[in-house]
Design a protein around this ligand. Structure first.
Ligand code: 5GP
Length: 210
């Protein structure tokens, strides 16, 4: 079976629990590589440069855009966010399934550029859970929480463009579901053209030998 890496985009409302989900997935399985984005957002407490994000000035970020170092970028609640190209390409080549945890505008740009990308959308079971997670996180002001809730309502309109929906109610269940979906994805016919053409040739050769 084909083991070329799959490019996976994971989106979801801010506060849907994507971060924790990704951390658990990477802890549990060894076939995933998580891309680290560049952003102009200020680090939150506990965030380190090069771990959660590469924290950039607007000037540096715009330089990365100009030099075509990003696969995609978008503005989200007044900050730039973008995916550095080199890491993603290297990891896919090495057979890793590469995850981009990005918002919807970026997701659609990636899908357009690379149509084989698998798009997954993570959502909490209801809006109330989303708000209480954002408040409970305690890292955002009420203003920012309000703009993120507003943004969530806008993003909900775009869920239809995704391939799979993941409802993050129970974390372990969600991690397992995500892994199964991605592993199943490796068996899709369009991802296995090399295998198919090899076995077709082998079968033809076998007939000639009879
Ligand atoms: P946060 O500020 O909460 O870390 O992220 C805000 C939003 O930006 C999230 O929806 C996150 O998925 C998205 N995001 C993070 N990195 C990127 C990126 O490289 N490109 C795009 N388009 N969105 C990103």
């Amino acid at each position: 079976m084909d083991r070329k890496g799959i490019l996976i985009v994971v989106s979801g409302f801010s506060g849907a629990g994507k971060g924790t989900l990704m951390k658990e997935l990477l802890k549990k399985y060894d076939n995933y590589a998580l891309s680290i984005s560049a952003t102009t957002r200020k680090p939150r407490e506990g965030e380190t440069d090069g771990k959660e994000y590469f924290f950039k000035t607007v000037e540096d970020f715009e330089k990365m855009i100009a030099q075509d170092e990003l696969i995609e970028y978008a503005k989200y609640v007044n900050n730039y966010y973008g995916t550095p190209r080199v890491y993603v390409e290297e990891q896919l080549q090495a057979g890793m399934d590469v995850i981009l945890e990005i918002e919807i505008q970026g997701a659609l740009k990636v899908k357009k550029k690379f149509p084989e990308t698998l798009l997954m959308f993570v959502t909490p079971p209801d809006a109330g859970t989303l708000k209480s997670r954002l408040v409970g996180r305690g890292t955002e002001t009420m203003d920012v929480i309000e703009s993120r809730m507003k943004r969530a309502a806008e993003e909900a309109e775009g869920m239809d463009a995704y391939d799979y929906l993941l409802i993050n109610d129970d974390l372990d269940t969600c991690v397992r579901e995500m892994h199964h979906i991605i592993q199943g994805e490796h068996n899709r016919v369009f991802r296995n053209e090399e295998f198919m053409s090899r076995i077709k040739d082998e079968l033809k050769d076998n007939l000639k030998g009879e």
